[in-house]
Design a protein around this ligand. Structure first.
Ligand SMILES: CC(=O)SCCNC(=O)CCNC(=O)[C@H](O)C(C)(C)COP(=O)(O)OP(=O)(O)OC[C@H]1O[C@@H](n2cnc3c(N)ncnc32)[C@H](O)[C@@H]1OP(=O)(O)O
Ligand SMILES: CC(C)C(=O)C(=O)O
Ligand SMILES: [Mg+2]
Length: 597
């Protein structure tokens, strides 16, 4: 036996790394909130879509384990264009050959629609800027996005420069853009500057740097300029970010001549919220990625923000109706899975398992269907912020059944999928059966299992079957005469009553000596799309013994009191009379089988 195999567990444990103390005193509160007691953004609301800029192919790409190939970038780019993006940051062409080549391919092979502007990122360094302009040669219109970090940590620890020296990097970068743009006059150039780490920068200093950049670019003289304010690392609550944005917009000297853009990251999980509040605070444009890929916890998720607007009745100016294909392209190009609870698109986000949610959803959907005109077809459903159909999801997803579910959910499945519109008392009866089944299985029940249980419980009670019968109306009374198969025996039934049901019940009671009364009764036509699901083949159509296996268009639900106990049954057939009689026989069969068990 080797040493390895006999080594005691205790000594293996000793080799584990020592844990750092979980010590909050190692951190300090956020220190860069501007003083803005007269802030105005909290009383504003979002009323229109911002300008969107996708940074999937740059910020998203730089965060991937394996950056995208040219083919993947091309597939992603085409999807972004289809979704409706008009500004797309395609990469960092001075960083790698593949990035440069992708820009060249887009331009040389004419892949850029006339209304789409390419954007590229570059550091404020001349050789990189030179290469960047080279990559865009021949573009009709392009945004060159230059950045340098302005926050205290980077000034002191990364660059070892003071505020003026850092501002000088920005000014130099801005001048280089003017100089190189002049070498390519055939392109309409847009200049973009980011004070990287804006949210961790003293806001008045960020304004000072951006004013200096604007002095070089002179947007007031016609040069199109975008100032992009990044929460490079999200370090505060979104309201603080909104204050920073409002302060910036109010104090920037040439505010009315520039587009203010935001670029939030999701370190604290609030990137979308920060962008939304930032728009209230005055921003015009939002940079982000689809599904939120990006450095660390990601960039803000443009799909989520756009769908948030959509769900408030605002045109997001991006089209996500083809959501599943978009998600497939994004997750395949990024090689990243999608969380099942990702807002709007996760596999489970339109699904209710819990009983009270299912009940409320079913009631709302039923209500809306019946009141389409008064509700003006406006979406107003508990627990479902949007209609899943808008992004190509089916109502199948909405309700799924496990042991947490209730009668409303089970009824929803039978109604939506199989055309059974169970009355309330039948829902209560059947949900008890399903609840037991779900508890025993200890897992989700599939729809076909629920249908099977439904049929086993109500439609195929052993060998009870209604055979030939006639119903005659004479002298104000109804006479039933027919045969019923009961556990292998064919029995003649004769009864009298006010209608077919009461005469049949009278005959059953006379023959079996049981006390039988109808407690509840309901019936409905079955939508033709469901008519082949629920006839079990033991049907008789008004006295003729035809097999209605694929021809049921009526369902009847009957609750009987048999010798003091309550039993529910269902009958389906092409005629309502036969469906009703079969329903009664189904309830009676349960009484007989329960007594025998
Ligand atoms: C928040 C963001 O997402 S910013 C974008 C980040 N994305 C990327 O960095 C991806 C692409 N980048 C790269 O591939 C590389 O960084 C390159 C090719 C562009 C440059 O590579 P290199 O020059 O080898 O190295 P590196 O990036 O480490 O350069 C850092 C140097 O540039 C300086 N620098 C970094 N950013 C900037 C900037 N925006 N403007 C001016 N100088 C900068 C640093 O201070 C450092 O200077 P030093 O060499 O004097 O110490
Ligand atoms: C380059 C900038 C815009 C960036 O990606 C960031 O700061 O997060
Ligand atoms: Mg970023």
């Amino acid at each position: 036996m080797s040493d390895q195999a006999t080594r005691p567990v205790a000594s293996a444990a000793k080799s584990l790394p020592k844990k750092a103390a979980f010590d909050f005193r190692k951190y300090r509160p956020f220190a860069f909130a501007p003083l803005l007691p007269d802030r105005t953004w909290p009383s504003k609301t979002l009323e229109k879509s911002p300008i969107w800029a996708s940074v999937d192919l740059r910020d998203g790409n730089q965060a991937l384990i394996d950056p995208m190939t040219i083919e993947q970038k091309m597939r992603f780019f085409e999807t972004l264009v289809e979704v409706g993006f008009k500004e797309i940051e395609i990469g960092f062409p001075s960083a790698a050959q593949v990035e440069f080549d992708f820009a060249r391919k887009l331009i040389e092979e004419n892949h850029v629609p006339d209304d789409v502007t390419l954007q590229v990122l570059v550091q404020a360094r001349e050789h990189l800027i030179a290469r960047t302009f080279e990559s865009l040669k021949g573009a009709k219109r392009a945004i060159v996005h230059v950045y340098n970090s302005t926050c205290r940590i980077q000034r002191e620890k990364v660059y070892g420069k003071d505020k003026d020296e850092i501002k000088e990097i920005a000014i130099t970068g801005a001048k280089l853009l003017v100089e190189y743009a002049a070498k390519y006059p055939e392109t309409e150039w847009v200049f973009q500057y980011s004070p990287e780490s804006f949210s961790q920068t003293e806001t008045e200093y960020a304004v000072e740097v951006c004013d200096a950049v604007c002095d070089v670019w002179q947007p007031e003289n016609g040069q199109e300029v975008i100032l992009n304010l990044p929460a490079t690392v999200e370090a505060s609550t979104p309201n603080v970010f909104a204050d920073q944005v409002e302060y910036f917009c109010r104090n920037l000297a040439k505010r009315e001549h520039v587009t203010i853009s935001l670029h939030t990251h999701n370190d604290r999980g609030c990137a979308v919220a920060a962008a939304e509040l930032g728009v209230l605070a005055g921003a015009d444009r939002i940079e982000g990625t689809l599904l939120g890929n990006g450095e660390r916890t990601g960039n803000m998720d443009i799909m989520v923000m756009a769908m948030n607007l959509f769900s408030q009745g605002i045109d997001p100016e991006l089209d996500f109706s083809n959501m599943s294909e978009i998600v497939q392209v994004v997750s395949e190009c990024n090689n990243l899975p999608v969380h099942p609870r990702h807002p709007y698109i996760g596999e489970l986000v339109f699904t209710a398992f819990s009983g009270s949610h299912q009940d409320a959803i079913k009631k709302c959907l039923d209500y809306n269907e019946k009141h389409i005109e008064e509700t003006e077809n406006v979406w107003d459903v508990a627990y479902l912020p949007i209609d899943p159909a808008h992004i190509g999801r089916s109502y199948q997803d909405v309700v799924r059944i496990n042991s947490q579910s209730g009668k409303g959910g089970v009824a929803y499945i039978l109604q939506r999928n199989y055309g059974f519109n169970l009355p309330r008392w039948m829902q209560i009866d059947f949900s008890g059966v399903v609840q037991k089944q779900a508890e025993t299985a200890a897992r989700e029940l599939q729809n076909d299992e629920i249908l099977q249980t439904f049929e086993d419980t109500y439609l195929q009670q052993g060998s009870f079957e209604l055979l030939d019968y006639t119903v005659n109306n004479k002298g104000g009374k109804v006479y039933f005469n027919g045969q019923v198969q009961m556990n292998g025996d064919t029995i003649n039934i004769d009864g009298t009553g006010n209608g077919p049901l009461s005469s049949f019940i009278d005959g059953l009671a006379q023959h079996t000596g049981k006390s039988i009364h109808v407690i509840n009764y309901a019936e409905h036509a079955i939508n033709p799309q469901h008519s082949d699901v629920n006839s079990d083949g033991n049907g008789i159509d008004d006295g003729t013994n035809t097999d209605n296996k694929t021809n049921a268009n009526a369902a009847a639900y009957i609750q009987l009191n048999v010798d003091g106990e309550v039993y529910s049954g269902i009958g389906t057939c092409s005629s309502t009379v036969s469906a009703m009689l079969k329903g009664a026989l189904s309830a009676f069969a349960q009484a007989v089988n329960t007594a025998a068990a």
